[in-house]
Design a protein around this ligand. Sequence first.
Ligand code: ADP
Length: 508
Amino acid sequence: MRYLLALDQGTTSSRAIAFDERGQVAALAQREFAQHFPQPGWVEHDAGEIWATQLAVARECVQKLAIARSGQAQRAIAIEAIGITNQRETTVLWERATGQPVARAIVWQDRRTTARCDRLWRQGKAGLIQRKTGLVLDAYFSATKLEWLLEQVPGARARAEAGELAFGTVDSWLIWQLTQGRVHATDPSNAARTLLMNIHTLDWDDELLALFHIPRAVLPRIVPSSGLLGEAAPEWLGAAVPIAGVAGDQQAATFGQACFAPGMAKNTYGTGCFMLMNTGTQAVASRNRLLTTVGWQGPVEAARQRTAYCLEGSVFMAGATVQWLRDGLQMIRSAPEIEALAASVPDTGDVHLVPAFAGLGAPDWDGRARGTLVGLTRGSTRAHIARAALEAIALQSADLFGAMVRDAGIQLTELRVDGGASRNDLLMQMQADLLGVPVVRPRVTETTALGAAYLAGLATGVWSGADEIAAQWAVDRRFEPQLAEPARRARVARWREAVARARGWAKK
Ligand code: ADP
């Protein structure tokens, strides 16, 4: 049996999962690390701690695998290759000479560069940026974070221009550490989130570099998501291990869900929802302010290193709505309890919860929208509210799905799902009903890590190609839509009325 080691570096924890060649989890280790909030709206990570926890879980995972296979921690089991997947957009700047970060990493959630983005909007740069990068100009992405570091860290700009500093998203940072500074690289799915790469040429873009004042000397090389890019030094895992797969977390999950053909889509139900749809070799520009992004570049579509593009949209409050019912309203004690409570009533009694606690994302994009509960009567109970909360997750996802179908002009035939809240059968049935297409939950729901393992395994011959992987992907449960089309449309229309009442509420 051959094994791949997926390093899954997330926003709150570092994980390592060993997969066998059947795509099954063979061992897993996980460690949380500190979140730093030095000022309101700022979020930072210690890049040294990211590396330390990632290395620790990689070692622990390899040991667990050895114990599971041979009964002995000392007997190392050979790992074919490492695949990396990571929190996206988070920005690290370090010294090439020492491998030491020059400041804490600025996390994707960090809003410190909002005013800078507003200025660029006023200067009319958003259109150019969207055409080249597929992204909406926003503080979320790396460019203004890196620009901020180069301006605010004493001496950083001069040192960057002199070639002394290296920039990277978390994938690059881990590759640098794993290879002890031999490789400074990233893949197009991560580079696509920086605002600095042209997604049509897959190269750093001089006009964008000039706009954000980024010297080329700090940038990593862009290499395919699937392919040999270097070797982890022997001292880390007991032997040199090839690094052969890299992708941002959502793209890796799309790959792990085997969404290889245009029109295939996945939705991850975590704190928020992330929906990605493969649009093939075509970068589809969105008219609904979805993001256009690189899915992966790799050997999947023949051996020509072809690029798969995706449309991406997110729901800010998904599982977080369930957390609010648990912690804010104390209506349930644990998240899974919501299912039985919601199932205790046949419908919401026309009660709607619009969880716009932090505004609304695509397709509404209304920062002033706020949470709204409408349609209450004397007969309304907590069960109706719980059911409305689950429906709100499904309805927001249905809005995104509708926007993707309109943008891509492709009718989707099913939605593949994963993430913590996808375990909720009632929610998944609601989702199928409100989309009018089947919702399919796979057996292996560690899709993010699995995607990284697949990318690495394809490059090292563990798997022959996309067909072999697609054949491994196995269904746990398929939820068929049970609502007639007119009824489905009426439900979505009623939801849109509720959304209209939530919009524009906040004064500031
Ligand atoms: P993340 O990766 O964003 O931390 P997870 O994939 O671990 O999220 O999923 C956790 C989220 O899913 C939480 O917000 C939680 O409220 C929600 N959740 C977990 N189980 C259920 C369930 N059975 N029904 C509804 N929501 C759930």
